[in-house]
Design a binder for this molecule. Structure first.
Ligand SMILES: [Ca+2]
Length: 318
């Protein structure tokens, strides 16, 4: 009887630990090396930056990766994590809310509802639940502002989280964890049951979102959107690094995020949609910067930026 009781306590404790991730963070293993700057763009691709006036200062740049990153950083004006939930993307076909990972075809109105609970048929009963989904999971954004300010108005330098900076936001927080390009309203059940901080990747099953082992496939319709959000993040923030599937650094809970090789495929297979174009504009109005991987998709900007792997622009250049 004692044994069974002990086992029960152990199981309950395990659930508690898993359910409420501890607020202290694991520091990076000393064996993990910080990559060097690799700001090398391919010279065979030329883009007319002035075609979108936001980028006109990049005309004639001889270090396009650094200059692009600095432009994104210089023009950002952070909203709060609380306000990020109202950044609705509109489904171009239905006029209702475009929600990440949704395969139900539900017409969800442009609202957050009460705590993400939305009444879709207006009878006072919530029948749809959304979360603010961090595409680059908070658990894998182990960076912090150099001044440790949790309510940044604008970009400051970032450094590796030394373990003293709580990596998850609350509604008043602003900064890298409230960046709108990294936040989508997503179906709660998929977000919590399938994604749950796992790396995005190929599971062998296409179509709807699914999980295999610790790899999450976001669904055919959403894989390109995911890729372009992550591309933006790796350029926007120093240290955040996309690594290939077979990289020894592809471990969750670090600054490294998988898997660049697959994301580049997804970017090609699921091209920029009307929803992403519209969302890029609303974020530009709200947050002041843009996602170049949407604006210059047709000019093959990924080939330009990722020709030498992850560009990994550090703060040393700012
Ligand atoms: Ca898409």
């Amino acid at each position: 009887m004692k044994k069974i009781y002990g086992l029960f306590i152990l199981i309950v404790m395990s659930f508690l630990l898993v359910g409420c991730k501890t607020s202290s963070i694991t520091t990076l293993s000393p064996s993990v090396t910080i990559p060097l700057n690799q700001n090398t763009a391919t010279t065979s691709i030329s883009i007319d930056w002035a075609a979108v006036s936001y980028y006109s200062s990049l005309e004639g740049s001889d270090d396009i990766i650094t200059d692009m990153a600095l432009l994104l950083r210089d023009t950002i004006s952070y909203v709060s994590y609380g306000d990020a939930r109202y950044n609705y993307a509109i489904d171009s076909k239905t006029g209702f809310q475009y929600i990440l990972y949704d395969t139900s075809g539900t017409n969800v109105p442009l609202t957050w509802g009460d705590g993400g609970a939305i009444d879709t048929d207006d009878n006072g009963v919530a029948d749809y639940y959304v979360d603010r989904e961090h595409i680059w999971a908070c658990n894998d954004m182990r960076i912090m502002p150099v001044n440790k300010d949790r309510t940044l108005d604008s970009y400051v330098g970032f450094t590796i989280n030394d373990g003293t900076f709580e990596y998850r936001p609350d509604n008043s927080s602003r900064g890298h964890f409230s960046d709108l390009f990294n936040l989508w309203n997503a179906v709660r059940s998929v977000n919590q049951k399938l994604h749950s901080d796992h790396f995005f990747g190929e599971t062998g099953t296409i179509g709807a979102p699914n999980l295999s082992g610790s790899i999450f496939y976001p669904g055919d319709e959403y894989r390109g959107d995911i890729a372009r959000s992550l591309f933006y993040m790796t350029l926007m923030y120093p240290y955040l690094t996309l690594v290939d599937e077979d990289s020894e650094n592809a471990n969750e809970g670090t600054i490294y995020y998988g898997f660049l090789n697959i994301l580049l495929e997804w970017n090609r297979e699921d091209p920029v949609s009307e929803e992403e174009i519209e969302r890029n504009e609303t974020i530009y109005e709200t947050q002041g910067n843009r996602n170049p991987f949407i604006d210059f998709y047709d000019e093959d900007i990924v080939a330009l930026i990722f020709s030498s792997g992850d560009p990994n622009v550090l703060d040393a250049s700012s």
